[in-house]
Every structure is written in structure tokens, then in C-alpha cells.
Write a protein that binds this ligand. Structure first.
Ligand code: ARG
Ligand code: ZN
Length: 877
């Protein structure tokens, strides 16, 4: 399996399966060392197959074949072929019954795909191609069938036996063993199969659906975590209600189970009726989880729940269609979180994430379309582009056809394709049908990679006169796509007057309005407005971030300050500040000097914002934050990341130093925030309190450090504790060491909280980063086989510790390369992900960039996994 050179799979080669599976029975004789699986399936030739006598392909990966029968007999000589991909069975009749006995080894499975052991329990991860690591099967998402699963295991070691659907039988057996039988009445692809065997405590609740059915909710965790389940269960119920109210979607089984697992490659998995979760996205108590953790848990719980319709009832035909379920489900969970959050801040957070992670991906060597047309390793395509940009496409579709039509389209989509495996084209076709629009031009968003750049120019006559907006677009080339076509860009705009009110006008023949969605579908277009009620002081562009583009509207500082003070669109208001920050950074890097007039103007605008009593705390906290280095790097062809980080931090200091008094004055109003309340208001106020503290420390406010110490000591919640730690984490000061030492002692035996400690240490630029790194890897709580632990150390080191990761002698690159190599031998999927910061070598100044490339080349010369090889080869191409 190792060093399989990546052979690409192409969308154009898609063919329907040669056989359908009419039903499936799986018997598991479970044990950690070796598990025996008996697979019985009824197969029938698929009338839609291209070749009438094609063999049956069953994939298998690291599975031992024990026996194989067709209709009760051994297949004749030569009919059963075993190859690198699994089994090929020739000469089958129209219909047949197969029985396969096979064996796999959960305890040795460090890849965490297929059946594996985690903290003494057995569990599975099958998406996308893990089922073939459990047994031989036509493991592809367009083969759907019903499952009957019998689990048998030691009664003491594995008292809990779970699989998808409903438990129909259970009992005791001789020899200290017991069994359970589960049936899932819904058709499903193998990637949604799951089983769990373990010693787990169950927290229960119930939910009554909109049609009055009672659903049992069961959350399984290790017994010592039983007191950290309330938030996840409450989140699940809110998500279930929201899906009914916002999307008309009801749950369909009598039981919904969630199991928390310590060792997990991703966030969570939507297996039918039996979600498996990274414990990080389940367990929460005020003492151990921050407000951000609470919000993340709620959103992942909702995401997996929403998959029950967008993913499970209607699934993907092939893995090129991954965004069909992921983009749509992210869109749905974003809608849910928006509903739980305040003042448009969710949208801002999503845009900030898109810019910091998806835009760089789309501009780098790993860029790919939302619907890719080939891949070497599908695990490398669970990307920001497929998920987050995919959600943006859904959002744009809704903007273009209108909310009600979109909602009707979703109803038709779920109704028409229920129980089927379909494509993104099918989805868009439904939206075209219900809206009566030709959406073919829109589909370019699915097939074309890269972030479009839009330029806006305007001209005005006086009041009562006309306005003209000219928009142009261009998408830079991406790997394999030199030439780009224009895409359909919905641009939401408004004109604001001197008091920040919206100006009315109309487009030729149109109604009088105060906000428009301009559709830019060509390279250049001009839009005319007539009878403006006033002359605009500012234009509010791309309101709500109506399209995932990079906009250059050439706005002056006064206009941006006006938007920052008045814009009623939260995104646009935040964006005005972001544009100012970016401009100041650009000037520092490109002209090697600060633009003092610009920076004074920004400081002035921020001062006004701090005096504004009307602004919501959470929005203020969000606006005050400068963009992260990784986002700022996108402003330049190549940049020295260490210098960029220093300029960013220096700009922050320069802007907030004169504002420390203003910040101090707000703080007393936030003295009561650590009150155990978990409303959006309470969380927003805590966020502001912590942001002000951090900005004051960054601005060298002498009073802030003792305040941070006091906040930590008095804290009754993890949010306030982390707020204090974050504030001092870049200070080479005793306070930092004292607090971190206390934190480590307090949470040494609590892995999820210990991860926060790892992150603080690894992500800090304080001198001695490599010694700290060594110490973390030696820490008794660190384990190479646990993805959360590894990510907690390596992630922040590469993402936030520019000084060490990009140290100019290349030490950081060599260390990380070495860790990736080590990890690859155990867990290729996580290794391939952690290698990604190294792939950005072309964006880094030449001296460093060459060292990054050299590290990639060193790895390329080794025998690495297909996952890692695919990433490295694309990065070096
Ligand atoms: N479908 C899961 C989710 O979005 C993610 C599973 C990803 N698995 C993987 N091996 N890449 O919630
Ligand atoms: Zn998902």
C-alpha cells in the first residue's frame, strides 16, 4: 500500500456500477487484535451498467480473505481474481448470493480509517473509502443497500454494541460474550456504515418531531466525561428543531446516537443514526471549554445532524460530487449558527475563515474546483474549497434566485432524489427549474478554481442625477487551468448619505430601491442608476459578502471611515476596517515605511468606534482585530513572513497605544462577564473583554499585565482563563510562565484542555520555540497516535509561530518535515494535512521558499503514503 504512486481517478471515467447490492448482512466477531467479518450480499446485474457482462468489483484494503462462496459454492477456478484493489468476480449470473469471510486488525490500525481501537473501544470511520478496510465490498457511494448487522463481542470489555438504525435483537452468549443485531431500514452507501463496541456511559434525552414522533437521543462517552454532555445534547435538540422550522426537514429513525471518540482524524462523521465525533466536538463544561468551543460544538453537532438529509437521504454519486453534500451542509449549519448568534458576526467569522484559509488554498499549488475533475487521493479533497467555498456557491444561488424560490428548490431536491446518489449538476438543475433561470453560466463556479478579482469604478452626477457602476472581473490561472472564463457574481450594493442612511434610486425601468444585487456575468459590465435621492457619501459594496471574490473598489480613507462608522451591514462595516488595516500593511511592506497619515486616520476611526455606545460588544470585538499574517500574505506575490508578522504586530501596537485609555474606560462595563451565562450577549461581552485585554497588552499598557494575572486567578470559566493566557502569550515576561505553569498543572490529566496548553506553547513567538517544542513532544500527555495532540502542537507552530517556523536557517521546515515523515508512517491522512503549510513555498521570500522546497523534495525522495505523495507532487509541480 505504501509508495503507491498516485494514479489519478477522473470524473469523465465515471460508469454506473456493474451490479447493485439488493441487501447486505454483516456479522462481526469483534476483538481488538483480529476481527472476523462475514459479509453476505445479494447482488443483481445493474440494468444501467455499460457492459452487460462486466465482473463485480469489490474493493479491499489490508483485509485478509478467509473464504468466498457464490450461491453456496466456491467460485470455479479463475473466476475470482485478487488484485491490488481487492477482488474481481467474473462470470456471475443475473443475480447471486455471495458470502465472504474476512479478517481485519483494529488494534494495528493507526490510520484511523476502517475499524480501529481508540481508548480501549472499537469504532469505525468509513468515509470516503474506509469500508474496504473492514471487508470486501463494492465500496462506492452510488451502491446503496439496506444493512442488517450482527455484532458479537466480549461482554465485559465491550458492554455497549452499536450500529446504524434500530436494535432489533440482543442477548447473552456462552464464554462471557454477548451480541446485538441492528437493522437500518434506509438505503445507504457503505461510507455511512458505522459500528461501536465499548465501555461507554450513555446520556439520554428525547426529541418530539414536528409530526409528533418521539426520538430517543443517546450520547455515548467514557464514564468520566458523563458530566460534559449537556451542551451537546441541547445543541442537538436545537439543530433538530431548526431543521424543521427553517428547512422543513424531520428526523426519520426512532433513535439518534452520538459517540465521542478520542482518536479521530476529522471533526465528526454523519453515519446514519450513529454519528461518530471527535471528543473535542462533544465534551464541554464551563471549566474546560471556552465560549468558542461551545459554539464550535453546537455547529458540528448541527452539521452532522443536517447531513441526515443533505448527504444521507440524498447522497453523492461519486466523490467528485463531495460538495453536493458538504457545501450544502456547511451552508445549512451556517444558517443555524447565524440564528444562534448576534448582529451578523457569524457571517464575518465565516468570511475571515474563508480569507485566511480558502483563498490561500485557491491561490496555491493545491487549488482545485469545488467539483474537482480528477484526484489521486480523495482524502486530500476534504478541503476548505469543497466545504466553505462550496457553501458560498449555495449562498450565491439563493441570492440569485431569491430565498423563497431557493427554499422551494430544496424541497424539490430532497423529494425528487430521496434514496438516490446524485450530482451537483442535478442540484443546480433543480434550482434552474424552480426559478425558471438558465443557471448554466453559474455552473462555472463548480468547475473553475481560483478566486475571482473584481474591480469597481463609479461615477455620479449631482443629487437627483445618475450613478454608474462599472464592474470588471478576472480570475488568475490555477494549476491545470491557465485560461479562465467570467463567472456569475452577485454584487450586493447600497449608496449611503452623509448620515449613513441608504439613498434610493432606480435602475432603468426598475422600482425605486435602496439596495441592489448587481449580476456581473461578463468580463466587464456597467450598471446605471437614476434619480438618486441624494449624492452618495459612501458606497457599501459586496454587502453580506455576497460573493467569494477579492474586491478592489479604490475607496478613499474618508469613505472607508464613513462606512466603518455607519454601515448597517455588519460585514461591510467590518470590511471597511479590514481594508484600512490591509492598506496600512501594504504600505509598510511595499514602501518600507508606515503611511503615517493613513495610520493616524485609522487610529482616529477606531477611537470613534470605541466611543460609540451603540455598537454591539461582539461586533466591536470583531472589528478591532487585525487580519492574521496568513491572510495578509495573500496581498503579496512573495513575502518574508517573519517581517510581515512583525509589521502586523507593530501596526497593532501603533494603532492601539494611543487608545489604551479609551479601552480602559470600556472595561469596567464588562466586569461582570464571568457570570456563567451562555447567551449570545453574554458570550459577546466576554469576547470584547478578552479582546480589549489582549489589545492593551499588545499596546504595552502597563496596567494590563497585572489585570491579566488577576483575571486568570479569579476566573470561573475556561473562557476567561484562556482570555488571560492569550493576552500574555507573546510576552517574554514572568507572568506568562507563571500562568502557563499553573494551567499545565491544573489540566495535565485532561487531554482536551491540555491541547490548549500545547497550542499556547507551540504557537508563541517568545524566544526558545524549539526547546518548547521538544518539551511538548516529551510531555507525558503527548501521543503521536492521537491526531488532536499532534495537531495541537504542529498546527499552531506552523500557523502562528512565524519566528520559529520560518527561522531563516530552515530549522523550522526541517523539524516539521521530519514530523510529517514520522507521522506519515502511522496516519497518512493527518500527515498529508499537516504537510500543507510547507506547500506554500512559492509565496515565501526566495531564500526561505527554497528551503521549504528542499524539505518537500527530501520527503518526495522517500517512500511515503499516497496521501502525502499526492500533496507533495502537486506542491512541486
Ligand atoms: N463527512 C464528514 C463531515 O463533513 C467528514 C468526513 C471526512 N473523512 C475523511 N476521511 N476525510 O462531517
Ligand atoms: Zn460534512
Amino acid at each position: 500500500m505504501r509508495d503507491a504512486s498516485p494514479l489519478a481517478v477522473y470524473l469523465n471515467d465515471y460508469q454506473p456500477p456493474a451490479f447493485v447490492v439488493e441487501s447486505l448482512e454483516l456479522d462481526f466477531d469483534l476483538a481488538a487484535a483480529a476481527t472476523e467479518v462475514t459479509t453476505r450480499m445479494a447482488v443483481r446485474r445493474n440494468p444501467e451498467a455499460v457492459e452487460p457482462d462486466a465482473p463485480l468489483r469489490m474493493y479491499g484494503d489490508g483485509v485478509e480473505l478467509v473464504s468466498f462462496t457464490v450461491d453456496g459454492a466456491k467460485p470455479a477456478e479463475g473466476l475470482l481474481e485478487q488484485d491490488a484493489e481487492g477482488l474481481l468476480l467474473h462470470g456471475l449470473p443475473e443475480a447471486a448470493r455471495l458470502e465472504i469471510v474476512s479478517r481485519c486488525h483494529p488494534e494495528q490500525n493507526t490510520q484511523l480509517e476502517g475499524l480501529y481501537a481508540s481508548s480501549g473501544n472499537l469504532c469505525t470511520q468509513c468515509e470516503p473509502e474506509g469500508f474496504r478496510r473492514i471487508t470486501f465490498f463494492p465500496d462506492r457511494p452510488d451502491v446503496l443497500t439496506t444493512y442488517r448487522v450482527r455484532l458479537e463481542a466480549d461482554r465485559v470489555q465491550y458492554p455497549v454494541l452499536l450500529a446504524n438504525g434500530n436494535r432489533v435483537e440482543a442477548g447473552e452468549l456462552d464464554g462471557g460474550r454477548h451480541y446485538a443485531v441492528w437493522e437500518d431500514p434506509f438505503l445507504k452507501p457503505s461510507y455511512l456504515f458505522a459500528l461501536v463496541a465499548g465501555d461507554l456511559a450513555c446520556q439520554r434525552d428525547t426529541f418530539t418531531t414536528m409530526s409528533g414522533r418521539e426520538v430517543q437521543l443517546e450520547l455515548y462517552v467514557e464514564a468520566h466525561n458523563a458530566d460534559r454532555c449537556d451542551h451537546a445534547l441541547a445543541s442537538l435538540k436545537r439543530a433538530m428543531r431548526f431543521d424543521e422550522e427553517a428547512f422543513g426537514r424531520e428526523y426519520d429513525l426512532d433513535v439518534y446516537m452520538i459517540v465521542a471518540v478520542d482518536d479521530f482524524n476529522m471533526g465528526a462523521m454523519e453515519n446514519k443514526g450513529l454519528n461518530l465525533f471527535n471528543a473535542k466536538y462533544v465534551l464541554a463544561s464551563p471549566d474546560t471549554a471556552t465560549d468558542d468551543d461551545f459554539v464550535a460544538i453546537e455547529s458540528v453537532i448541527a452539521h452532522e445532524y443536517f447531513h441526515n438529509w443533505s448527504g444521507n437521504r440524498v447522497t453523492c454519486r461519486d466523490w467528485f460530487q463531495l460538495s453536493l453534500k458538504e457545501g450544502l451542509t456547511v451552508f445549512r449549519d451556517q444558517e443555524f449558527t447565524t440564528d444562534c448568534t448576534l448582529f451578523g458576526v457569524k457571517r464575518i467569522d465565516d468570511v475571515a475563515m474563508l480569507r485566511a484559509f480558502q483563498f490561500p488554498e485557491d491561490a496555491g499549488p493545491l487549488a482545485h474546483p469545488v467539483r474537482p475533475d480528477h484526484y489521486a487521493e480523495i482524502n486530500n479533497f476534504y478541503t476548505l474549497t469543497v466545504y466553505e467555498k462550496g457553501a458560498e456557491l449555495i449562498r450565491m444561488l439563493r441570492t440569485l434566485i431569491g430565498r423563497e424560490t431557493f427554499r422551494r428548490g430544496l424541497d424539490v431536491y430532497f423529494e425528487r432524489f430521496d434514496g438516490q446518489a446524485v450530482t451537483t449538476d442535478d442540484f443546480v438543475a433543480v434550482m434552474a427549474e424552480v426559478s425558471g433561470r438558465n443557471l448554466t453560466p453559474f455552473k462555472r463556479w463548480y468547475t473553475q478554481a481560483g478566486t475571482p478579482r473584481v474591480t469597481a469604478a463609479t461615477s455620479f452626477d449631482g443629487p437627483g442625477g445618475q450613478a454608474r457602476i462599472t464592474l470588471t472581473q478576472e480570475t488568475p490561472p490555477t494549476p491545470g487551468q491557465e485560461h479562465k472564463e467570467p463567472v456569475v457574481i452577485p454584487m450586493r450594493v447600497a449608496f449611503l448619505d452623509a448620515e449613513g442612511r441608504r439613498i434610493t434610486a432606480h435602475q432603468k425601468g426598475g422600482e425605486v430601491q435602496d439596495e441592489w444585487v448587481l449580476e456581473l456575468s461578463e468580463g466587464e459590465q456597467t450598471f446605471r442608476f437614476e434619480e438618486l435621492s441624494d449624492s452618495p457619501t459612501a458606497i457599501s459594496w459586496l454587502r453580506g459578502f455576497s460573493a467569494p471574490v477579492i474586491l478592489n473598489a479604490n475607496q478613499g480613507v474618508d469613505e472607508l471611515a464613513h462606512l466603518l462608522a455607519y454601515d448597517d451591514d455588519a460585514f461591510a462595516r467590518w470590511e471597511a476596517a479590514q481594508t484600512l488595516f490591509r492598506r496600512a500593511i501594504r504600505s509598510r511592506i511595499e514602501h518600507d515605511a508606515a503611511d503615517t497619515a493613513l495610520e493616524a486616520a485609522i487610529e482616529h476611526a477606531l477611537a470613534a468606534l470605541l466611543r460609540d455606545d451603540a455598537i454591539e460588544p461582539v461586533l466591536l470585538a470583531t472589528i478591532l482585530q487585525l487580519p492574521p499574517t496568513r491572510e495578509l500574505a495573500e496581498l503579496f506575490e512573495r513575502v518574508d513572513p517573519v517581517r510581515l508578522r512583525n509589521e502586523r504586530d507593530d501596526l497593532e501596537k501603533r494603532l492601539y497605544m494611543p487608545l489604551t485609555d479609551a479601552m480602559q474606560q470600556i472595561q469596567p462595563k464588562l466586569d461582570d462577564v464571568d457570570n456563567g451565562a451562555f447567551t449570545a450577549e453574554a458570550m459577546g461581552r466576554r469576547q470584547l473583554r478578552n479582546r480589549l485585554l489582549a489589545l492593551r497588552v499588545a499596546a504595552r499598557d502597563q496596567a494590563a499585565v497585572p489585570e491579566a494575572l488577576a483575571q486568570y486567578q479569579k476566573a470561573r470559566s475556561q473562557t476567561m482563563r484562556m482570555g488571560a493566557l492569550n493576552a500574555v502569550n507573546e510576552l517574554d515576561h514572568e507572568a506568562r510562565q507563571v500562568l502557563l505553569a499553573d494551567f499545565e498543572k491544573r489540566y495535565r490529566d485532561d487531554p482536551l484542555v491540555l491541547d490548549k496548553y500545547f497550542g499556547l506553547q507551540a504557537g508563541s513567538q517568545v524566544a526558545g520555540g524549539f526547546e518548547r517544542l521538544d518539551a511538548l513532544l516529551e510531555h507525558p500527555g503527548f501521543r503521536w497516535t492521537n491526531p488532536n495532540r499532534v495537531r495541537a502542537v504542529l498546527g499552531p507552530f506552523m500557523a502562528r509561530n512565524e519566528r520559529h517556523f520560518h527561522q531563516d536557517d530552515g530549522e523550522g521546515y526541517r523539524r516539521m518535515g521530519g514530523f510529517v515523515e514520522k507521522l506519515d508512517a502511522m496516519n497518512p491522512q493527518t500527515a498529508a494535512r499537516l504537510a500543507q503549510p510547507l506547500t506554500r513555498w512559492r509565496k515565501v521570500d526566495t531564500g526561505r521558499g527554497e528551503q521549504m522546497r528542499a524539505e518537500l523534495e527530501r520527503l518526495a525522495a522517500l517512500e511515503v503514503s499516497r496521501d502525502l505523495r499526492d500533496v507533495i507532487e502537486r506542491a512541486l509541480a
